[in-house]
Unconditional design. Sequence first.
Length: 376
Amino acid sequence: MLVLFPLQVFESEQFGCPQRSQRINTAFTPGAFPHQRSGNAARSLTSLTKESALWAHLHISFSWLLKACGSRLTEKLLEGAPTEDTLVMMERQAEQEEERIGWEGAEGDSPQTAECQSENVREKNWPSVPTHLPEWSDSSRREEYRGSKYKSLRHMRQVLGASDFRTLAWHVLMGNQMIWRGSDPHLIQSAFDVLKALLPVGCVRCISYSNQYEEAYRCNFLGLSPSVTVPAHVANSEFSVLVDVHPRTRMMVLPATDEELLSQYEFTVTSGSPLLTDKGPTLLNKLEVALSNENLSVQVVDHCLLCLKEEWMNKVKVLFKFTKVDSRPKEDTQKLLGILGAADEDNIQLLKFWMTGLSKTYKSHLMTAVRSPQPI
């Protein structure tokens, strides 16, 4: 007995009496469907709604919607993980917030306790405000005093000269103490603001203006009043540089620009370190090439410096992971420095100093990743 399945029955019937072509020809003929039997043509949206100004109303509504969304919604551009400078600033902000909470909780303490707490906060080496401001009897003289400032690294290089500027920049990049001594705190503060751009945020420890000398472990940017005497071992040390700012004997009556204001001062740069050569750190050499190129604007030079800092900060991270976390031998470290293009003595010193500016978040992340058990 032959048993046929439904599919086989269908195929056998189709083979005997095919109707596929007939169905295709009759499926889309007029009158095949009830809604096509009337023969009426398709009507527009305006005729269906009986509203002649329909498109104008829709355009007005869509325009208002776009305007409302544009005023209420903002677009954020995410550029990946935060930089080291951002992490360090966030950590410092958190520390300051903790200190503020501690002050509020200690309002009922004795005056001696409050004084000790303020002294501990001062030792954090956060950027400080001037502690001494000279008195001016003339208001116009005070305005002149506030107007003296540096605009950019190129401006400072033009005022000090290429040789003295290179000396200052070299000491800043190496982590040595830079001391400015003069009677104009705002001029000194502007110099610090310009020179801070050479370093990562974590490497900057600044006391803007003080009436006494502060040790190098507390600050690498130090501003002093003219009456302060720098210790002899510091002034003659190769790990420090001193800039004395003296007013010129012949003063201009009506200065108009910052260049004229700065021309009223004489700058004397002294250091116990030997004369610098063209060898120097690679970052400084490339920066001076950009500063000396007058075809590059100040904004372009700033971006160039930012890229150089990011490049060398990445090398710092690699060196930290290689030496501090993995504890590789000295021979392997020398090979790594050669691969990074930082085998020269100045480049090595720069990397070691910049390593101290790494954020606590980055260091703890590396330590935790190394100590955590690896999955099998």
